[in-house]
Design a protein around this ligand. Structure first.
Ligand code: GLV
Ligand code: GLV
Length: 322
């Protein structure tokens, strides 16, 4: 029987079908499988079912020549050296589609929370600061209007388009930039610099890769309106975090809603976390029970296909099959 390693206990139903087809070793915790544990547990395995927190680099692939297929329970595969996997003929499965609406909801939740200072206001109430000497006033927690504002979407893939649909309902004007220009009704295609300059809200919905690493750098952040809001549910590495913290702390940007960070977990002393105008969440864009179960089922489905010698139904490097 082929041997596979599953780096975390997974939700969903399909994972329970795997033991009929392989010798399955599941990391039971506590917490995440550390990198050293991954190195040890992967020895002799034919397959790996992993999470976005597992780093699969070339050295790990070299140390495990028996590895023939990888399925990740994520749509993003930036944690895996895809070129190295492809060079070794290893298909890398991912989970597109099922998390689109859930992640778009998360983008909008962050957009609204940042615009209306919800988290800051919540802390204020809970902290016991809402007293008569700190009373309601006309300018109390004033934020930014969403209706009528311009939303710039960076990356008009499935999630970007789902964000655009929500924006239409909120009465926003939507502009977007995509690496290969895409025509989407109701969305005006613009150059990235123009998008940064015109938007009241910028939502990052592009995958992380060589072309998008540090895409939103200090210069592009500098093009934004002073009262603009940046939202990122894609990957932290797309934005220059030092430049972002600098802009937010010097009134060159109004607020940010961030679900992803360059380093995760984000260090406690990260400059962004000391700013009141940052809403931060721990990479939970696709975190609903139903979506996570669907993602796990899709990852297990990819693994089942690989185990029976078939093409993975959702593969990030399908060229390995040709
Ligand atoms: C989430 O970030 C994913 O890539 O699935
Ligand atoms: C707001 O609560 C208002 O009554 O204007």
């Amino acid at each position: 029987m082929p041997k596979i390693l599953v780096t975390h206990q997974l939700p969903g139903e399909r994972i329970h079908q795997l033991p009929d087809h392989c010798d399955m070793n599941v990391w039971m915790g506590p917490g995440l499988l550390p990198a050293s544990g991954l190195r040890d547990e992967l020895v002799g395995c034919d397959g790996l079912l992993c999470l976005l927190t597992d780093r699969i680099d070339e050295a790990l692939l070299d140390a495990n020549p028996s590895l023939r297929f990888i399925a990740s329970m994520s749509v993003g595969v930036d944690h895996i050296d895809l070129a190295a996997a492809t060079a070794r003929g290893i298909p890398v499965g991912n989970t597109p589609g099922v998390l689109v609406e859930t992640t778009a909801d998360a983008s909008f939740a962050l957009l609204l929370a940042a615009a209306r200072r919800l988290v800051e206001a919540d802390r204020f109430v809970r902290g016991g600061h809402w007293r008569s000497e700190n009373a309601w006033s006309p300018e109390f927690f004033t934020g930014k209007d969403v209706a009528g504002a311009t939303l710039g979407i960076v990356g008009l893939g499935e999630v970007g388009q789902a964000v655009a649909r929500r924006a239409a309902g909120f009465g926003m004007k939507v502009i977007a930039w995509n690496r290969s220009p895409r025509e989407v009704p109701g969305v005006e295609a613009v150059e990235l610099d123009e998008l940064m300059a015109q938007s009241d809200f910028v939502s990052i919905n592009v995958a992380l890769g060589e072309e998008t690493r540090n895409l939103i750098d200090a210069r592009r952040l500098g093009l934004m309106k002073r009262d603009a809001v940046l939202v990122n549910t894609a990957r932290g590495g797309i934005v220059d975090e030092v430049a972002l913290a600098d802009a937010l702390s010097h009134d060159r940007l109004a607020a940010a809603g961030l679900d992803v960070f360059e380093r995760e977990p984000v260090p406690e002393d990260h400059p962004l976390l000391s700013l009141p105008n940052v809403v931060a969440t721990p990479h939970i864009g696709s975190a609903t029970l139903s979506t996570r179960a669907k993602m796990a089922d899709m990852a297990a489905q990819n693994m089942l296909a690989a185990l029976s010698g078939k093409q993975m139904p959702n593969c990030a490097n399908p060229e390995v099959y040709s």
